[in-house]
Design a protein around this ligand. Structure first.
Ligand SMILES: [Zn+2]
Length: 354
């Protein structure tokens, strides 16, 4: 007998087929916020570098003009450009068209108008907006949050209920207090225009804390039944968050507006440090690996297992040289060039790169 995969059902309503393509896991306005080439915060204008320890991927929005890429790339083949136009921040076949529309209508559009334009937002909308984001990122993001499955499922169930009741115009009040979840929001208007906005999401299992850096917006949630009072925000950020109002879905969302960029800088710095450290360790490993493979072939290269520290340091400094445009930094060609330069500079050997 022939076996067939049933077509997946929408993860929100759990009844209709998941027919929607290009669903954003993180609302697209946050992506545009951190990556619009012209600082317009508009969709289609993204130039996004997604960085993790192992690799950097790039996404270029449909409306980015070739001249707007000149600062980041030397030259681009049509092939590489097309490949970078495919978004890895969106997913296909997880929602149905209907539910995706409801997410936008009930949650995303009102929250967007609330945070960026200061418009009034009903209590339940802000509360479920954040639940929907935590749930989506924990369930579908490729660098998914390390969050207990039971918690993720319970958030999903709450969202399903919420959308259903909202559509039916039913009473929502009993949906607001079933699970310990309180949160704080910090907002630094136009931070990503002045500095470099990043998106970073992390869940701290032991503290039951989620910390999301979303460009101009910092979101921190506690899933402890005591809220923030008996748990601590990692990376020594307690005192910073202490003055932010705690939202619990029983009164209107309050946002702490910050105006000094140092505040967001200090929140994102520990994450950047960790990634840089992991990236450096990874690059170092790659350099050693290449050294070992070429030393087998080239008799001029010392038959030692490891190159000298000066060589490694020199190659690393070339890899991250400020003269290199961001888009070229992670290419294989650039890596090879740096190794070749290092062999010449430190060992006085000229090697053809191939
Ligand atoms: Zn659906």
């Amino acid at each position: 007998m022939e076996s067939r995969n049933p077509s997946p059902l929408c993860s929100i309503c759990l009844t209709r087929p998941a027919d929607k393509t290009n669903s954003h896991i993180i609302p697209s306005f946050f992506i545009s916020m951190v990556s619009s080439v012209d600082n317009s915060y508009k969709r289609g204008k993204e130039l996004l570098f997604t960085i993790n320890e192992r690799s950097t991927s790039t996404y270029i929005g449909r409306e980015v003009l070739p001249e707007q890429l000149a600062d980041s790339f030397d030259e681009l083949t049509e092939e590489r450009l097309n490949q970078m136009r495919k978004s890895d921040v969106a997913k296909d076949y997880i929602f149905c068209t209907h539910c995706e529309k409801k997410l936008g209508e009930f949650l995303e559009s009102p929250y967007h108008a609330h945070i960026l334009e200061g418009r009034h937002i009903p209590i339940d909308v802000a509360y479920y907006y954040w639940i929907s984001i935590i749930w989506r990122t924990a369930k579908f993001d490729s660098q998914s949050l390390d969050m207990p499955k039971a918690l993720v499922n319970s958030l999903g169930k709450r969202l399903t209920n919420y959308i259903r009741k909202k559509e039916g115009g039913e009473d929502l009040s009993f949906l607001m207090s079933k699970l310990p979840f309180t949160y704080k929001v910090l907002y630094d208007k136009d931070y990503s225009k002045r500095g470099s906005g990043i998106i970073h999401l992390e869940y701290f299992l032991r503290n039951k804390i989620a910390l999301f850096i979303l460009g101009d917006v910092i979101f921190c949630a506690s899933f402890s039944k005591h809220g923030f009072s008996r748990t601590s925000v990692p990376y020594g950020l307690d005192s910073l968050f202490a003055s932010a109002p705690e939202n619990d879905g029983h009164s209107e969302e309050r946002v702490m507006v910050v105006s000094e960029d140092d505040i967001i800088d200090s929140i994102k710095q520990p994450f950047i440090d960790i990634i840089v450290k992991r990236r450096l360790a990874d690059d170092k490993e790659k350099i050693i690996h290449i050294w070992q493979s070429i030393s087998k072939k080239d008799p001029r290269i010392p038959k030692t297992k490891y190159p000298c520290d000066e060589f490694i340091e020199y190659v690393l400094s070339e890899l991250y040289s400020e003269d290199i445009k961001d888009g070229n930094r992670t290419t294989k060609e650039h890596f090879t060039n740096c190794i070749v330069k290092g062999l010449d500079k430190i060992y006085g050997m000229s090697v053809e790169s191939d």
